[in-house]
Design a binder for this molecule. Sequence first.
Ligand code: F6R
Length: 607
Amino acid sequence: MCGIIGYLGNHEAAPFLVEALKRLEYRGYDSAGIATVQDGHLDRRRAVGKLVNLSDELVHAPLAGKSGIGHTRWATHGSPTAVNAHPHRVGKVAVVHNGIIENFRELRAELAEAGLVPETETDTETVAMLTAQYVAEGLSPQEAVARTLPRLEGAFALLFLFDGEDDLMIAARKGSPLAIGHGTGENYVGSDALALAPLTDRITYLEEGDWAVVTRESVTIYDAAGQIANRPVKQVTLDNARVDKAGHRHFMAKEIAEQPQVLGEALRFYLGEAGDRITLPGDGIDFTKLERLTLVACGTAYYACLTAKYWFEQIARMPVEVDVASEFRYREPPVTPGTMALFVSQSGETADTLAALRYCRDKAETVVSVVNVAESSIARESDLALPILAGTEIGVASTKAFSCQLTVLLLLAIEAGRQRGTLDADRLADLLSALRGLPSVIGRAIDDGATAEALSLQLAEAQDVLFLGRGLMYPLALEGALKMKEISYIHAEAYASGELKHGPIALIDKHVPVVVMAPRDALFDKTVSNMQEVMARGGQVLLISDHAGITAAQDGIWRSIEMPQVDPVLSPILYAIPAQLIAYHTAVAKGTDVDQPRNLAKSVTVE
Ligand code: F6R
């Protein structure tokens, strides 16, 4: 969602703020803005659209000052206009915000009675109005914020700057993440540690309800009750490489190409150098004690969970329930004591997934997460956090995080099968051996990406694309359709192959490409029958299969992409590659903004 940065130092703030906002732009790119205090004078600059527009604005109208706050916006309340861009300023107060103030209408009505009229359509401005009113009544900035915070309902990370205060920022967190960075004679605030990467690796994470008074020489943190809270300073290993495309045209291309390497690292972490047994961090998981699994996530991470359902059921014979977090949390399902609740999230900050985790906290036997960002809220609030080790993912469309999520989930299912005695030693050895070979097989699939690129010119002409898959390929078909929609803006739907004739087949005509994902496994012949039904109605089939599958099914198909042969259990991880490449090249052919597609943001910290 929105990204927040604050700088209180000995250098000009504006260049630092803009540089840090570049690292936060993945959180939103509807508008950007900064405010600084120079000799006690508060001023701001804002611009609609990408950060580059703010940079241009700052060339024409520079902003001096050694303290400042900045924001990159993903619009929730109010359209993405300059007037709605953060920082919002009222009287002596400027504020940037990530989250939603749910009671802003009530607060506005109250402020209106005092004759205060908002200038923007945003919920955030109400925070500035309220705080400014308290300051105008004679409260100090600290007292004014302390009075404002308990009045706000919803989720927020807030950062305040004050006219007349060259050495003060106040930060507050409830529901949305916020980190304080410690420097020498300088201090910083950011939505995540990565935003602060070039500035410091000494980080304090604010806890729920915390707020912090920050000066150049001090950071004082208060809890929700107003008591001074001692929060640890952590040494965080920061990924300075994140804004580098390493010669690729897009971050997404770089991240697709990185998959052999990051999968290799994840496998080494869980399998060790010998690669012959799975070791989970901490005390691990006792699967023999568990009766069922509940898997919860959003978007691509949800499709990773759907795939894992097949694995846990088939390999470990465990009952599995899967749900999207936004439905799960409001359904309030019974969670029985023998349940392991498992949450999958790249960012570890997705608001719905975090809320679902909190719902399960006191109900489930154990709460486990599969995350990319090790210091994220979801990781920190889990009994056990399993890293996927994908490295920083910048492209809004998730690629390497998906394949790493799948890999960790498969390792978990194999470990569950081993512990529960549903997987014999030979099959276990086969699967681990196949996994060890996976990075190089994935590398071959990426190197063979030319067919996907060649096809994309025709796919880019389509209005609609269908994706079909059966068994383990069904969740992957859903993921392929999601990738296609989000970056190429082509309408794409996915169906379980067997469902086609129950309705969706009506959509088929010669203008609709149908992507069929079907390795030559036990279900292949069934899928081929469904493919014939499509072709009989003029549908253009793009078959993604292995050599044996393509040879067996060749008659009448429009195009094919040949994949290396793998153990069928691993096929979702391998077949993720053509799904990503098709979407990527189609988006490039259409000329869309691949890394920052319209209306989206990478980290969804609002409901
Ligand atoms: C799609 C995509 C999203 C995310 C979803 C969950 O390419 O990236 O669907 O998967 O927003 O995000 P995380 O995994 O951060 O919880």
